[in-house]
Write a protein that binds this ligand. Structure first.
Ligand code: AKB
Length: 316
């Protein structure tokens, strides 16, 4: 029987992946683990929940052993901009947390999902149609932990036979939980500001193009990859996946078409601008399409329509 542990269950991805996994595998079979002081009621009340700092290896192993976990979705991570503010803490959480998860998986025969990111690339990476296998020399601590994480997952698969799988997520747009400490966070904050104040001060330059994805596609990617036929997975860890690619001025225009009073202004954050400029503008995700039939459902228009409709409903 599949029994799942999700680390970082209260974060932007976890708060939506947890209910999706509970719907698919049964609430009692999905243990949500978070580090937040106040986890949201639906995560805590709809199924098992525990507090976990992923750096605490003994506590992690106890949870996996007690609940007879078969699969770990390891989402706990410090994001890019926050990692630049505290690089040593980011290394500790992102790398030692992942090492603990992989070693626990080795000992308890679990499969592992590890989300990498467009942050695993750097300024020397071809920015257009970024190949699956290419130069990865990131210049951020976040990126360094993501490349190292991809390699560590490969190592645990090759050396110990752990069934590790992962994707390189682009910026994620979602309405349930606000992202925290990322470079692509503007693409979520813009919706809240547009609906509340009809204006937004964007911290990236108008033409900073990056890969993006709406959360339902991000959840589908995790579920599909973990259920894919293992023998077809040539690139197990770090599949490029993308759904759309846009710059702040384009998402602002899409919002203005629906909220004509909306005005975007720019107040550039040099740290996040430099990070964004070191990332690809558009990845080639053909390996994921070929090896496990990855296909996104939401483009920019569908995302903007659904975000505005859902947030408007939630505000009533
Ligand atoms: C971030 O901006 O740090 C993340 C990411 C693209 O990995 N959203």
């Amino acid at each position: 029987m599949t029994k799942i542990l999700i680390t970082g269950a209260t974060g932007q991805i976890g708060s939506e992946l947890t209910p999706a996994l509970r719907a698919r595998y049964g609430a009692a079979n999905v243990i949500a683990a978070g580090h937040a002081r106040q986890p949201s009621a639906d995560i805590v009340e709809a199924g098992p929940y525990c507090q976990l700092d992923v750096r605490a290896a003994t506590a992690l192993q106890a949870i996996v052993s007690t609940h007879q976990i078969t699969t770990i979705y390891h989402l706990a991570s410090v994001l890019s901009a926050e990692a630049e503010a505290s690089p040593q803490v980011a290394w500790d959480i992102n790398m030692n947390g992942l090492l603990n998860v992989l070693d626990t998986a080795r000992l308890h025969h679990c499969a592992v999902f590890f989300p990498s990111s467009i942050g695993a690339f750097g300024p020397q990476t071809p920015p257009e149609n970024t190949p699956q296998d290419t130069i990865q020399r990131p210049t951020t601590m976040y990126g360094i932990t993501k490349v190292s994480g991809e390699l560590l997952c490969d190592y645990y698969h090759q050396r110990f036979g752990v069934d590790t799988r992962g994707v390189r997520y682009p910026g994620l747009i979602s309405h349930k939980t606000l992202p925290h400490g990322g470079t692509t966070d503007y693409a979520v904050h813009i919706f809240h500001a547009a609906l509340k104040e009809q204006r937004y001060d964007c911290f990236l330059k108008a033409d900073t193009r990056l890969d993006m994805m709406y959360m339902p596609d991000a959840i589908k990617a995790a579920l599909d990859l973990m259920e894919a036929d293992s023998s077809r997975l040539l690139h197990r860890n770090g599949y490029n996946i993308t759904a759309m690619s846009f710059a702040p001025e384009e998402i602002a225009a899409a919002i203005t078409r629906r909220i004509p009073a909306f005005v975007m202004r720019y107040a550039i954050d040099p740290v996040r601008q430099a990070i964004a400029e070191s990332w690809p503008r558009h990845m080639d995700d053909s390996a994921a399409r070929t090896e496990w039939e990855w296909r996104p459902n939401y483009d920019l228009t569908a995302t903007v329509d659904d975000m505005l409709a859902t947030l408007t409903r939630n505000m009533r």
